[in-house]
Ligand binder design. Structure first.
Ligand code: ZN
Length: 658
């Protein structure tokens, strides 16, 4: 039971509305040489596509980025001045968003420097480094770039979804040119075959343009648009094929390379089907044009690359729980008639990310569920994975001040520092592996989605959380070797109550209710337990220096309360009792106490915690002997600017789109 915390520093820096974090890749050193080589080749394939996303986001992004990078690299003036610092912040924001539009709002980011200072920056930098076109003077270059960067009304939003506008014309993204929304819609009415049960993902890998009155698709493929980057991707994928772990992985990677060569979307479907069948490989990748959120009409996929290794530690821990699934079911506080006689623990999968690129970096998802094609999902299923080391990094980077602000005593803070990481992981494992899988629905009662309707998912999450909370305080977890001490469970109880009754409110606007089902379930459980243990002060509401705290006085009694609520929630689920579900959720999970809400927001705001986070990636370095790779070393850089400049140096395969 090693503490994952060790001495790794998860936080790097903060700027604008962003915090930059780092993550570790436990398990990488233990890979075989062949697996390391595979991971390394896929890592290069992922990073090789990095420029594509910049260009997809906006056709001037690469030119602007290269200009900013030339200044970062060669500016000879004062680098300590406030203005230069503002320039650096702007540049970092562009890197973070893979372009000049905010990664989340997609609105244009405006630099806080003057156009005059921008001109000075360029004049005092190495002129050879700027992407000036032939026959263009540096002055003309500056004249052309300035409005694109500084004028708020030019290309002001990357993705405009406002239904009252032409979403194609008003979006600055580089997926369409010379076309109106109507023309695009008509084009796809003609092209899409509605009767085909296995349709390709139309438009996923091309830019749609009107040239000389004709609509054509410029495909992203070898010898097509983005060819220099795509050829690098193919090169590395083919290297990966040579060290594939098994036949199915080999065919999967070959198919992906073939797709990039031809741009044939049928091959992409075939690739996805193969990829779904590869469940044994230790090393895995997502590489392609995947999510379509950046296209206002949802056709075109943003480039994304993720390389991961299977988390064996997590798999082992999950198996230890899964092996005891029947014991957990038999000992559950729920009614005997709702218990499963033959319970099979679900094996949820966790992966450890090695590198992320394009659409998933620096801002990253914490879970992925692919492929996206509906007919493939229906026929072949999907892979659903948690990005374990990313989630852990989020958890461990949670600022000390946040815990301090909402914890009543030093004892609570100590417990949190010691056990929160492991306790959090255990909670998630119990929730996934035995929580969702436990209990049964009575014969003749439909699935919760039908019976409990809009309350179904809150009730289901409540049930899974309660199973986890109930068993966290059980000696059984120590006995099967997955929990170091009962103190760990107490740390998780404290955190749950702190978050459920207070901290999570910081994300909600004053006057709004809780809507999201996980947030509802957290408050439901915490508030119900608080109210039902009020007489005995099981959870006590205390005021210190004018601040509110919720303190757990008796963990065993709180566990009993969780058991009682679990019993009721299981009854609701098993019998499909809609009225009871509604009453429970509405009474405890929806409304927020206004005064407390205001207080929480005020205390949270004072901590200055940025709303968006992203990551610096690890770096893989092959070690050569006689031109052969004999090892791959992993390093964890700690400077965001350095990483971005390193990527620019090594992976700038595109300048601007053709
Ligand atoms: Zn769940």
């Amino acid at each position: 039971m090693k503490s994952e915390k060790e001495n790794f520093k998860y936080q790097s820096e903060k700027f604008a509305d962003i915090e930059i974090l780092r993550y570790q890749v436990p398990g990488f050193e233990e890979l075989t040489l062949k697996e390391k080589k595979l991971a390394y080749y896929l890592y290069e394939a992922a990073l090789s596509g990095r420029d594509i996303l910049y260009d997809q986001h906006y056709k001037h992004n690469l030119k602007i980025r290269k200009t900013l990078e030339a200044i970062v690299k060669s500016y000879s003036g004062d680098r300590d001045s406030d203005e230069f610092k503002k320039f650096i912040i702007y540049t970092k924001r562009v890197w973070f968003s893979n372009g000049i539009h905010h990664h989340y709002s997609t609105k244009k980011i405006l630099p806080e420097i003057s156009t005059e200072y921008f001109r000075q920056l360029i004049s005092n930098s190495d002129q050879k480094l700027f992407p000036v076109e032939e026959n263009e003077t540096i002055n003309q270059f500056i004249e052309k770039l300035t409005p694109l960067i500084f004028f708020p009304n030019i290309d002001s939003q990357r993705v405009n979804l406002n239904p009252n506008t032409d979403v194609i014309k008003s979006s600055a993204g580089n997926f369409y040119e010379g076309l109106s929304q109507k023309e695009v819609e008509e084009y796809y009415k003609k092209v899409v075959d509605k009767n085909n049960p296995t349709p390709i993902s139309y438009g996923l890998n091309s830019k749609l343009v009107k040239e000389n009155g004709k609509i054509i698709e410029k495909r992203w493929k070898a010898e097509g648009m983005y060819s220099p980057a795509i050829e690098r991707i193919i090169y590395w994928l083919e290297k990966a094929v040579s060290v594939a772990e098994n036949e199915i992985q080999k065919s999967t990677l070959l198919k992906l390379a073939e797709f990039y060569k031809t741009g044939d979307l049928k091959l992409f479907d075939e690739y996805n089907i193969l990829w779904l069948q590869d469940t044994d490989s230790r090393v895995d990748t997502v590489n392609g044009f995947i999510e379509v959120y950046s296209d206002p009409l949802g056709y075109r996929g943003s480039f994304e690359g993720i390389v991961s290794i299977k988390d064996l530690e997590a798999t082992k821990r999950m198996k230890a729980i899964s092996d005891q699934a029947q014991w957990f079911e038999n000992n559950s506080p729920i009614d005997e008639k709702f218990k499963k006689k033959n319970v099979i623990g679900v094996t949820a999968k966790a992966i450890t990310v090695v590198v992320e690129s394009g659409d998933s970096s620096p801002s990253t998802p914490i879970g992925i569920n692919l492929p996206n094609a509906t007919w493939i999902r229906e026929k072949y299923g999907s892979k659903s994975v948690n990005l374990g080391n990313i989630v852990l990094a989020y958890d461990l980077s949670e600022p000390e001040e946040l815990k301090k602000e909402f914890s009543y005593s030093d004892y609570e803070i100590d417990l949190a520092n010691k056990y929160e990481a492991i306790a959090d992981t255990l909670h998630t494992d119990l929730h996934e592996v035995i929580g969702h899988g436990s209990g049964k629905i009575m014969p003749g009662v439909g699935a919760p989605k039908q019976t409990l309707k809009n309350y179904a998912s809150t009730i289901e999450e409540t049930r899974a959380d309660l199973v986890a909370l109930y068993y966290l305080l059980d000696e059984k977890l120590i006995e099967i070797g997955i929990m170091p001490s009962i103190e760990a469970a107490k740390a998780e109880y404290n955190k749950y109550i702190r978050k459920g009754l207070m901290i999570q409110l910081a994300r909600i606007e004053i006057g709004d209710n809780l809507e999201e089902s996980h947030m509802r379930n957290r408050q439901l459980i915490s508030k119900w337990a608080y109210e039902h243990g009020k007489d005995e002060k099981i959870i006590e509401r205390k005021i210190k220096n004018g601040k509110t705290y919720f303190v757990i006085n008796d963990y065993q009694k709180l566990r009993k309360l969780f058991g009682e609520l679990l019993k009721e929630v299981q009854r609701i689920t098993s019998t499909g009792d809609f009225e009871a579900a509604k009453n429970l959720v509405e009474a405890y999970g929806v409304k927020i106490e206004l005064e407390l809400h205001k207080e929480v927001k005020e205390r949270y705001d004072k901590l200055g915690i940025p709303p968006y986070k992203g990551f610096i990636n690890p770096v893989l370095n092959p070690v050569y002997e006689n031109e052969k790779i004999i090892d791959v070393k992993i390093k964890y850089p700690d400077d965001f600017t350095e990483q971005m400049m390193f990527y620019a140096e090594k992976y700038s395969f595109l300048l601007s789109s053709s």
